[in-house]
Design a protein around this ligand. Structure first.
Ligand code: CP
Length: 314
């Protein structure tokens, strides 16, 4: 059923393919929790992490995921690679392909960079976040976490709040959750809301005020202001932002009493979220991190197998 040699974005996945990845991740989650780590489908294979932007969660969890599957995982840092001497992204990928890498996990500031190299390599490319475009494994782990907490996805209301304009997380989540019948509410300052936001899916609604978006929500997903993409310059002040779009106890009271609170990280405490909520009993932020390993195990397993099948039939 799974045919994709690469994972470039949620936009290329069908509903059934998303559900397949989520159920594979559930299997790996259980295996990991039970410490039953005998199954090593990627034993002897090589996964390369190639991150051109900073990362704590994604890079580390891909490394843990690859190792739990039995793969050798190599981390290439652009700062200490020949990229600093002018080598292009494609040449770097071609060289990793020549080393017989089975999968390259790529994070890049340019939207479309993973798709660009995927078209020109036999190695599986996994998008670990490209510019403001997509972060597919984040959306998958978010859906996994929501389903684990709520026991369903269809019919839920998820409010995604903050810097939507620069957020690949918001974009991938809107596509994925929309495909699974979730009502997605996007809210944030007007300057940080893309004009085409409502076009992300038939269940996506854009709302101007946080209060409105949180009303009766099952899930509250807060996002960070992406200052590295100059988002801070598009706000009047951080204090004003925290007052109008920060998640306080009073704001959270508008959501359902059993609403869960999510954040992809890294958190800017006291800006988009009150630290007491981030660390509180309704927060599933660290559950998201744990789910990331199982989701990435599922993704690596599927794309490497699809790469094997493509090579066998070539
Ligand atoms: N959520 C996420 O992508 O975090 P990192 O930037 O730490 O990988």
């Amino acid at each position: 059923m799974w045919k994709h040699r690469h994972l470039l974005g949620i936009s290329e996945l069908s509903r059934d393919e998303i559900l397949l990845l989520l159920s594979s991740a559930e299997r790996w989650f259980a295996v990991t929790r039970e410490q039953a780590r005998d199954a090593r489908p990627l034993l002897g294979r090589t996964v390369v992490n190639l991150f051109f932007e900073s990362s704590t969660r994604t890079r580390t969890s891909f490394e843990v995921a690859g190792k739990r599957l039995g793969a050798d995982v190599v981390n290439v840092s652009p700062q200490t690679s020949s990229v600093t001497k002018g080598e292009t992204l494609l040449d770097t990928v071609k060289n990793l392909e020549a080393l017989r890498a089975d999968a390259i996990v790529l994070r890049h500031s340019a939207s479309g960079a993973p798709a660009h190299v995927a078209a020109q390599t036999h190695t599986s490319i996994v998008n670990a976040g490209d510019g403001a475009h997509e972060h597919p494994t984040q959306a998958l782990l978010d859906a996994f976490t929501i389903r684990a907490a709520k026991k369903r996805l269809e019919g839920l209301v998820v409010a995604i709040c903050g810097d939507i304009l620069h957020s690949r997380v918001a974009r991938s989540n809107a596509l994925l959750l929309g495909a699974l019948g979730v009502e997605v509410r996007l809210t944030g300052p007007r300057t940080l809301m893309p004009r085409e936001a409502a076009a992300l899916g038939p269940t996506v609604r854009v709302m101007g005020r946080l209060e409105e978006a949180l009303e009766g929500a099952d899930v509250v997903m807060m996002l960070r202001i992406q200052n590295e993409r100059l988002a801070g310059a598009m706000l009047s002040s951080t204090r004003e932002y925290a007052r109008t779009f920060g998640l306080s106890a009073a704001m959270l009271a508008r959501a359902r009493a059993d609403a869960i609170v999510m954040h992809p990280g890294p958190i800017n405490r006291g800006v988009e979220i009150d630290p007491r909520i981030a660390d509180g009993e309704r927060s599933v932020i660290l559950d998201q991190v744990e789910a990331g390993v199982a989701v990435r195990m599922a993704v690596l397993e599927h794309v490497v197998r699809a790469g094997d099948a493509a090579r066998a039939s070539a």
